[in-house]
Design a protein around this ligand. Structure first.
Ligand code: ADP
Ligand code: MG
Length: 724
């Protein structure tokens, strides 16, 4: 870790002028994006066909496309082909790339070098491809295993394509323990996709869709992030240690003019986005849309959707490349959920749908949605799943970082609800009563400009405040935090929907009159789960009260949510579908509590350090300056008033006292951190540390506003948010 020094005003001024003189870079400067690059570094179906014997390619593709068990006999051939292809592209190493419970990715590189005889050769065996055994003892396991039982295995996930990065062949893998328990976020996701395929398949067959053999959940994850100047980032201990600012008075201008959202993209950011696109495209991540977001310095990238596990891998790669390329362009990419108080935080929108192997999107109502019974039942299934498993969905987005967003009038509330829109809700109700096609014809959009093209209005307007919104042909789960893996939310979504579709299949398989059963199912759904539908303003205070009346859960903080993970209903759901054993769930709950407590503890320690070493000394320097000024005044004339110095000095001295008291309290709380269960630690962090941290911040931010700019020891919000 680089040595941190207390920054004087001149270093900051230098940094700011250095930034100003960084050539902005133009899109033309980086290599031109050429769409021929697309997928160039991916071991794709085409590459497989080219490098593999015909029969082997066919066998492998049947695993990938039809979900057949992997034939271990072909591993040697596939490994050989992968190695050939990779070394032709300059690779020297390979890695089993996996997603431990930290939420990020892990990798250990091995070279292809093999000392056969005198001359080393490049070798890569079938076994090297299929399985690897990293020492698993230092990854979070939540008590699933002891350090001395360190064995863990990574197993190749052939359904997510291998790719090359940094001269290394990346093989997507799942990570499990010696006894087969999942130690990662990928394994449960794959298990949930399997369960959903099984239950959705049964459901569709019962609905008469005989030709469908596979159903896959698809996901497009929109990713928000901030970009700030690297030089300034390095001068903030809070950003460096915790990824977010723990102090900072708001700049005079924030997002109130709405002038950043979709605004013109600055040249340096544009150059960065171009290069990011290219790097992602090379690796098969189809980055599609990018724009400025609401807060100053905030941006978003949305990829084209794909199969869930590939989308999860793609999102991890996106987050990694976003951070790495920002550095190259003299910036730092912040993925924390709430890097700055006072402006919007960053989230991730998880767009989710189901597609059949025959190419049908099950959440697309088609030309006659009111009479499309499969579609209506799919909507009902999602309603039921979200209502019954509210707590589980809430848990999948519960982190210390996301607690600063959810429910803070800029992000969805902590309450789960679904937006369908009036029109669709009416269609559902009419279908439940057996009244089919009364859906109103879509109106034309009245723009009152004769030269404009004729547009038809969508069935419903959007509702940005809904945590779980139907957006035409997919559901958009909007509670996710920007830094988190999308695996957990999709694991729960897939499993809960699988469960409900399974129940529908049971009923439909027994039914003599399909239409009648569908109607009954729709009626039951509206009766039992209609409470989850809400089209109004999710940010409003009234909704909090209304939701309580409806009996919806409002789990305001992460630890409150974690407690629900091991509820009987949830344990039963996961056990039934083979996603998690009770032991796996308990271990995950431990990890959630532990990570939450550790994050806050690090933040608290960082605050204490910043106050002692930077902020208090700045306050004292300000007092010294005032003293000098009043002495100078007295020298000029004893008649000159020192009122201003006295007033300012008194205020600053007060804040200094508050800071020292607050800091001492926080240090004591940290010293007394309990050594009990992980849950106790999390609750202590939430109930003791966080309030003390908030107090301390208030005093520091007030001091910042009184302190001469040249004495303030770190870049301000204004400098950070408007620096690029
Ligand atoms: P917005 O949320 O701004 O309206 P879009 O409607 O364009 O954005 O879509 C956002 C994301 O939804 C994109 O990543 C897109 O690929 C994804 N998406 C679109 N259709 C589907 C689908 N059937 N399944 C999953 N994701 C989808
Ligand atoms: Mg969106």
């Amino acid at each position: 870790m680089q040595q941190l020094t207390i920054m004087s005003d001149s270093t900051r001024t230098q940094a700011i002028s250095a930034i100003a003189s960084v050539p902005a870079g133009t899109p033309g400067e980086s290599a031109p994006v050429n769409i021929d690059y697309y997928g160039a570094d991916v071991f794709s179906t085409e590459v497989m066909k080219k490098y593999l014997p015909k029969d082997t390619a066919k066998t492998l593709l049947s695993t990938i496309q039809d979900g057949l068990p992997l034939d271990a006999d072909i591993a040697a051939d596939v490994a050989h082909a992968m190695k050939q292809w990779a070394i032709e592209r300059g690779a020297t190493h390979y890695t089993h790339w996996f997603q431990p419970m930290t939420g990020s990715t892990a990798e250990k590189h091995d070279s292809f070098l093999d000392p056969k005889g005198m001359e080393p050769v490049m070798s890569f065996s079938g076994k090297n491809l299929i399985v690897s055994e990293p020492d698993a003892s230092s990854f979070p396991s939540g008590g699933l295993r002891c350090t001395f039982e360190a064995r863990g295995y990574t197993a190749w996930d052939p359904t997510s394509p291998a790719f090359i990065k940094d001269d290394c062949l990346y093989i997507p893998t799942a990570f499990c323990s010696y006894t087969g328990e999942a130690l990662d976020k990928k394994t449960p996701l794959l298990r949930s996709m399997h369960a959903l395929n099984r239950e959705a398949g049964r459901f569709l067959r019962a609905m008469g869709w005989a030709d469908v053999t596979a159903v896959t959940p698809t996901v497009g994850a929109e990713q928000e992030y901030f970009l700030i100047p690297k030089e300034l980032y390095e001068q903030r201990r809070d950003l460096r240690y915790t990824g977010r600012t723990l102090f900072g008075a708001m700049a005079p201008k924030g997002q109130e003019l709405d002038d950043h959202y979709f605004g013109t993209i600055k040249p340096r950011v544009m150059a960065y986005m171009k290069e990011l696109d290219e790097e992602l495209w090379r690796r098969g991540v189809m980055a599609k849309t990018e724009h400025n977001e609401v807060a100053p310095a905030q941006h978003e990238l949305a990829p084209f959707f794909t199969t869930t596990n590939i989308a999860a891998d793609g999102n991890q790669l996106t987050m990694e490349l976003m951070q790495r390329l920002a550095q190259k362009h003299g910036m730092v990419c912040l993925l924390a959920e709430k890097p700055f108080a006072g402006v919007n935080g960053s989230g991730k929108h998880n767009n989710w749908s189901l597609v059949t192997d025959t190419g049908r999107n099950l959440l697309d109502g088609g030309s006659d949605p009111a009479n499309n019974l499969t579609y209506l039942l799919m909507l009902a299934a999602v309603m039921t799943a979200v209502d019954e498993y509210q707590a589980l969905l809430r848990i999948t987005v519960a982190t210390a970082g996301n607690d600063h967003r959810l429910g803070a009038s800029e992000a969805p509330p902590a309450i789960l609800s679904i937006f369908l829109g009036e029109a669709l809700q009416n269609t559902l109700m009419q279908a439940a009563c057996g009244e089919g096609s009364t859906a109103a014809a879509r109106r034309e959009l009245e723009m009152r400009v004769p030269v404009m093209p004729h547009l038809r209005q969508d069935d419903s307007d959007r509702n940005r405040t809904s945590p779980f919104a139907f957006t035409g042909n997919k559901f958009e789960f909007r509670m996710l935090g920007s830094s988190q893996s999308i695996s957990d939310p999709n694991t729960v979504l897939n499993t809960a929907v699988a469960e409900v579709l399974g129940r529908y299949a049971d009923r439909l398989e027994q039914s003599a009159d399909r239409e009648d059963t569908v109607r009954t199912l729709l009626q039951e759904t509206l009766e039992q789960h209609g409470r989850i539908l809400f089209n109004g303003d999710g940010y409003s205070e009234e909704w909090q009260q209304e939701a309580e009346r409806r009996g919806l859960l409002n789990l305001r903080t992460a630890p409150e949510a974690f407690a629900h993970l091991t509820e009987e209903k949830n344990v039963a759901l996961f056990a039934k579908h083979g996603i998690f054993t009770a032991a796996e769930l308990t271990s995950r709950q431990e990890i959630h509590y532990e990570t939450y407590a550790k994050c806050i503890r690090i933040e608290a320690a960082t605050m204490a350090e910043m106050v002692r070493r930077q902020i208090l000394p700045a306050g004292q320097a300000a007092l010294r300056e005032l003293g000098q000024t009043s002495r100078a005044k007295q020298e000029i004339s004893p008649l000159l008033s020192c009122k201003a110095e006295e007033l300012l000095g008194t205020q600053i001295a007060n804040y200094n006292d508050m800071l020292l008291a607050g800091c001492t309290l926080l240090e004591n709380l940290l010293r007394d951190f309990p050594s009990g269960t992980e849950e106790q630690k999390a609750l202590y962090a939430r109930d003791r540390l966080l309030p003390a941290m908030n107090e301390l911040r208030q005093a520091a931010d007030a001091l910042e506003q009184m302190c001469p700019a040249h004495l303030w020891p770190m870049p301000t919000y204004g400098e950070l948010l408007y620096g690029v």
